[in-house]
Design a protein around this ligand. Structure first.
Ligand SMILES: Cc1cc2nc3c(=O)[nH]c(=O)nc-3n(C[C@H](O)[C@H](O)[C@H](O)COP(=O)(O)OP(=O)(O)OC[C@H]3O[C@@H](n4cnc5c(N)ncnc54)[C@H](O)[C@@H]3O)c2cc1C
Length: 391
């Protein structure tokens, strides 16, 4: 068989990097796949599996070696997220967000913050999360209402965050707050909020069917005091840092969408080879074969955009446009692709034993997480001038 886009991409990685991906595949098949449906049914945050993944080094891939991580490129982290999403988007999303928090502390944290949190996070003893969104601000991130006020050397935070992955259990929140209302982006600062400190109130997780294992929820801050060694980036820097990290997030969410499509397609093709109607296997009926051929093509096109974005990030290039295109493409096409796979499986496709209802939910979640499809259109629209004149 011809090599898939993924096989071609993995062939560009170093042997030790491919070994990490193989480790993630094995972990996902042995630990995540058998338990994912149970986590969803019980709305259980899989803390033990998170810790086991941490022990395998799968949550600190991009964290520098000097801080105890693997010091590998973004592409490896992205491929690991894609492999997890094949079995459970929610688990993969929680793990990669924990990874984000660690990478951020390693990158911008004070020596005290690194000392206090990083090794415990690396072991999964405490979980990290990123808190940008609020009840009143999502797409328009610059309009966040969470307020940071100076009090001597400290900052005092007041406000609310919502839709935060792992908020159900996390202790360390990379939290954005406005220091100078009315200034939008330039006034935003980034702070390390510790849920065990006074003035932190956790809210009950949101009930998001199909991705309940991600523990998505919120919290409120009431005069929550942040010491100088817990401030990550001050006004002027934090907003730019958030925009830089969101490019990575958009590409890995699109990679996870590819994982969701691949798993759904594998199920539909497997079923279609076994199940017979009108005297032959389902996949030999042209109507169904062409429908799944569309899904396979969508999958490879998505991966093309994803791996291009990942390679640009690895090379240190500006990946804004590539990231927005990968994310937009997954937002536009994942639901339709998974729906075709569900359709191909008849009633079985709708059952939780088949795993596809969770994949359907994930296919919709990728339209919002780390920027909606409409916001991707806005980003891509800003680059349209590059397409104006023939070359
Ligand atoms: C699964 C999942 C995980 C998430 N995890 C996190 C997390 O860990 N941390 C975090 O901070 N946030 C997280 N989020 C929140 C996510 O970033 C927001 O949902 C997203 O930014 C959109 O914000 P909103 O939901 O408030 O929608 P709104 O901003 O209220 O938008 C509503 C609708 O209006 C559209 N819209 C808005 N502005 C425009 C415009 N200018 N033109 C056209 N259409 C527009 C949007 O595209 C959307 O369709 C998560 C969300 C999901 C679904």
């Amino acid at each position: 068989m011809a090599r898939t886009t993924t096989e071609e991409f993995d062939a560009t990685l170093a042997p030790d990097q491919r070994a990490v991906i193989e480790r993630a595949k094995a972990f996902a098949a042995q630990v995540v796949a058998p338990a994912a449906e149970d986590w969803e049914t019980r709305a259980h945050y899989p803390i033990d599996a998170m810790r086991a993944a941490c022990a395998e080094g799968l949550a600190a891939i991009e964290v520098p070696r000097s801080h105890g991580g693997l010091g590998m490129p973004f592409s490896v982290r992205l491929r690991v997220a894609e492999e997890f999403a094949r079995h459970d988007f929610a688990f993969g999303f929680a793990l990669i967000n924990h990874h984000n928090a660690m990478a951020r502390i390693a990158d911008s944290g004070s020596p005290e913050a690194v000392e206090r949190y990083l090794s415990r996070m690396m072991r999964g003893e405490i979980i990290g999360a990123s808190a940008l969104s609020e009840p009143g601000a999502g797409s328009d991130f610059a309009e966040i209402g969470c307020r940071a006020t100076r009090d001597g050397q400290d900052w005092v935070l007041d406000g609310a965050k919502r839709w935060i992955c792992s908020a159900a259990v996390a202790q360390v929140f990379i939290t954005y707050a406005q220091t100078d209302p009315g200034t939008r982006g330039p006034g935003i600062g980034c702070f390390l909020v510790d849920a065990t400190a006074p003035g932190f109130e956790r809210e009950a997780p949101q009930r998001m069917s199909g991705i309940r294992a991600a523990g998505i929820g919120g919290f409120r801050l009431h005069a929550h005091r942040v010491a100088p060694d817990h401030a990550l980036e001050g006004p002027g820097l934090a907003f730019k840092a958030a925009l830089r990290s969101v490019n990575k997030a958009r590409v890995y969410v699109a990679a996870m969408a590819a994982g969701v499509i691949e798993a759904s397609l594998a199920r539909a093709v497997g079923y279609g080879q076994e199940r017979r109607t009108f005297g032959r296997p389902l996949v030999e009926h042209q109507g169904l074969k062409w429908s799944l051929a569309d899904v396979a093509t969508t999958l490879e096109a998505l991966r093309g955009l994803v791996y291009r974005g990942a390679a640009m990030i690895d090379r240190g290039e500006d990946a804004q446009l590539a990231a927005a295109m990968a994310k937009k493409y997954c937002g536009d096409h994942t639901i339709g692709a998974v729906a075709k796979c569900v359709q191909a499986m008849g009633a079985l496709g709708m059952t939780s034993d088949g795993g596809l209802p969770r994949q359907m939910a994930a296919a919709k979640a990728v339209c919002y997480a780390d920027g909606t499809t409409e916001i991707m259109n806005e980003r891509i629209g800003a680059f349209l001038g590059a397409y104006a004149a023939p070359r």
